[in-house]
Design a protein around this ligand. Structure first.
Ligand SMILES: Nc1ncnc2c1ncn2[C@@H]1O[C@H](COP(=O)(O)OP(=O)(O)OP(=O)(O)O)[C@@H](O)[C@H]1O
Ligand SMILES: [Mg+2]
Length: 360
């Protein structure tokens, strides 16, 4: 569902903002430091409960203020409205409101406001460690499999407990009971992830080839341990090694999405612009797949749109996003850089020193 209203208070340099975005494209145009990324960051906070730039709440609350607010109103084509809000305070507390009810969980916000962020640092998805790619897979599994969030939470707790036990246990017998439970849930997580990647691959690989026509992009899933091996047996077999290391070496916490281009790891072969295009293709594919499977539409946040993409590639990305029919927020320093994206269902906003004004 698109945001039909967005209210931001005391968020970085945005003291107060109240806008009615288009359900299609929304262009944010302004000079360096004007507040474009901050607006995208505020929408991201509304869907994730945290910023994509800083993990410290104090950094995103406006200087000299004690708290920030972000409110949104989601509206679907049948005019059904869902109000959402998040309030963060300097003392570290967070309050989430959905449909007028306080005390809601962040996971509930994430469920109703699926977001895809494309920003200049975003290609760490491809070049950094597996953590980002695991988060990418889990975003999809979270939205498609209702039991995932709780099950993954239990796996993480069991894993933590196991790592603590490894330090004190004198024999494997002390772990075996817990390992049975851990293995059962880990296999479940792994099956969901594997199924998800298999489905996503059908959408993502053709889109990657479309964006990077000269390359053959392939995607595969690594579950975090040897394919076909029984995880419970593996935990027992590796007990001494894990004990020596002080943590569980193999498992769903090591899962990864292997992305190769012409059979080679992506960072060895692609330019920065090409890496960025690949990230765009993966994120657009993930949104398309979500809509296909659940009829949920995600909102795209695209920061610093023009950087490192030529005009032909910018136009291709814009066409692709238009086809999805999703709501998109795009930031850019000049209007000319977003010329290729203009469509009938769009609004433009000028951003200047934290003030966001619609352009008629
Ligand atoms: N907690 C805060 N309180 C007040 N102002 C802040 C806070 N944190 C950052 N700022 C300021 O807010 C401004 C917003 O920057 P933002 O990153 O949104 O700009 P931008 O329009 O995306 O610029 P660019 O085109 O350079 O990416 C900056 O000038 C920054 O110094
Ligand atoms: Mg910016």
């Amino acid at each position: 569902m698109p945001l039909s209203r967005l209210i931001i208070k005391q968020f970085r340099n945005i003291e107060a903002c109240d806008i009615s975005p288009s359900s299609g494209f929304n262009f944010l145009i302004g000079a360096n430091g004007s507040g474009k990324t901050s607006l995208l960051e505020a929408v991201y906070l509304l869907g994730h409960g945290r910023s994509f730039k800083s993990s410290i709440t104090g950094r995103i609350i406006q200087h000299q203020c004690d708290e920030l607010f972000v409110h949104g109103r989601l509206k679907n084509s049948q005019q059904f409205e869902l109000p959402l809000g998040i309030n963060k305070r300097r003392d570290g507390t967070t309050e989430v409101k959905i449909s007028g009810e306080s005390g809601q969980k962040l996971a509930e916000l994430a469920k109703v406001l699926p977001l895809q962020l494309i920003h200049p640092e975003g290609f760490d998805l491809l070049t950094d460690g597996p953590k980002h790619r695991r988060a990418f897979i889990d975003w999809g599994v979270f939205h498609c499999e209702p039991q995932f969030y709780e099950t993954w939470g239990r796996v993480k707790r069991l894993n933590k407990q196991r790592n603590a036990l490894l330090k004190t246990a004198s024999s494997y017998r002390e772990l075996s009971y817990w390992d049975q439970e851990l293995a059962k849930l880990a296999e479940m997580i792994s099956r969901w992830r594997e199924e998800y990647v298999a489905q996503l691959k059908e959408v993502a690989e053709p889109l990657c080839r479309d964006f990077l026509s000269e390359f053959d992009v392939s995607i595969s899933f690594y579950q975090g341990w040897e394919r076909g091996a029984d995880y419970a047996q593996l935990l027992e077999k590796n007990f001494e090694r894990d004990q020596h290391l002080g943590y569980t070496f193999s498992g769903p916490n090591k899962a990864d999405l292997k992305i190769r281009v012409n059979g080679t790891p992506v960072e060895d072969i692609l330019s920065r612009g090409q890496l960025k295009l690949l990230v765009c293709a993966l994120r657009v594919a993930q949104g398309q797949h979500l809509t296909k499977l659940t009829e949920k539409q995600c909102i795209y946040l695209i920061d610093d749109f023009a950087s490192e993409l030529d005009s032909q590639r910018r136009a291709r990305l814009a066409d692709c996003l238009k086809e999805t029919g999703a709501q998109v927020f795009v930031s850019s320093i000049t209007e000319s850089q977003i010329a290729e994206m203009n469509s009938e269902n769009s609004k433009m906003f000028h951003v200047e020193r934290g003030k966001i004004e619609p352009v008629e």
